[in-house]
Design a binder for this molecule. Structure first.
Ligand code: GLU
Ligand code: ZN
Length: 301
């Protein structure tokens, strides 16, 4: 497995569509400890790019919870809603390179015309050479190629995805004018010089798209570690959609213990009754990314 880069720059990038829940705490803990153990820098970025999903007060609440749990970020928090100019520049850059184009297909047309893959309709390239005017209501897509994008995840091992066959040219700016998450992440990671991404397994299948965008834009490529995700007793991912409860600000020690346990770090049972200071000290001294289980599992705490 590849080893982390030096100097290490990692981040935690929550979406403020609700309060922090146990699933997001796992990504926060793992990205934080992995950065600390490599004498790295750890950043927090608010991924509020999908503005329709933002919940009033959630960003502040997430930061307040992180602080309460004893996380310390090294640079100012950035908000994607403040970064639209940077995203627009990246899209322009892709247009200049002949890699982006406007698409006026509606979802209904695509469902009718396109084959369906595991990510929905595989875009057949309908608008590639149509040169639609800026005035038309449109999304913006990026040209993909018929070659696999390959990478080695620190935990999940070798991965590959043929974007053209599995997704087709994908969207980088949506029809409603919002920039796509895939684009925003890549532009922000480059701007913040992030070189190590530790996050939930549910984003493993976004990674090839992000690496492809990094290559198209001439950016540095990051290294990845995709964590197992916590499932509820019905086997569903803990998320805002599955109504995962927010983690309580009052139970920092037991919740950190529970996250360490979930991440395979084998914390001693007494740790959950220790001070936050000691929990973080123990965690930093004992963190071992090789102990993280690759399988997602039900959180049985
Ligand atoms: N904002 C994404 C989420 O909360 C995480 C994106 C990332 O870590 O790259 O699911
Ligand atoms: Zn189209």
């Amino acid at each position: 497995m590849p080893s982390p880069p030096i100097p290490y720059r990692g981040r935690f990038a929550p979406s403020p569509s609700g309060a922090l829940h146990f699933g997001s705490l796992i990504a926060a803990v793992a990205s934080y400890l992995d950065a600390r153990c490599h004498q790295g820098t750890w950043l927090v970025r608010m991924e509020d790019v999908d503005e329709g999903r933002n919940q009033a007060g959630a960003a502040d609440d997430i930061l307040f919870t992180l602080e309460h749990y004893g996380f310390e970020w090294d640079e100012a928090v950035i908000y994607q809603t403040q970064r639209k100019q940077a995203y627009a520049q990246a899209v322009n850059h892709l247009f200049e390179k002949g890699l982006a184009y406007r698409c006026t297909c509606s979802r209904r047309e695509l469902v009718a015309q396109a084959r369906t893959g595991s990510f929905g309709p595989i875009y057949p390239g309908t608008c590639r050479d149509k040169h639609h005017p800026v005035s038309a209501r449109h999304a913006i897509r990026i040209h993909t190629t018929d070659t696999p994008v390959e990478f080695t995840d620190r935990l999940m091992g070798h991965q590959q995805q043929n974007l053209q066959r599995e997704l087709g040219d994908f969207i980088i700016r949506r029809r409603d004018g919002f920039f796509a998450y895939q684009l925003a992440v890549v532009v922000d990671d480059e701007a913040q010089q992030v070189n190590q991404v530790v996050r939930g397994h549910d984003l493993l299948d976004s990674t090839a798209r992000q690496i492809y965008l990094q290559r198209c834009l001439g950016y540095a490529e990051s290294q990845y570690l995709h964590l197992p995700i916590a499932l509820n007793p019905d086997g569903e991912k803990l998320s805002k959609q599955t109504h995962a409860p927010p983690i309580s600000k009052k139970s920092a020690a037991p919740n950190l213990y529970r996250a360490l346990k979930f991440l395979g770090q084998q914390p001693p049972a007494d740790l959950q009754r220790d001070s936050l200071g000691y929990i973080w000290q123990w965690s930093a001294e004992n963190w071992d990314s090789n102990k993280i289980p690759a399988q997602s599992s039900i959180d049985e705490y």
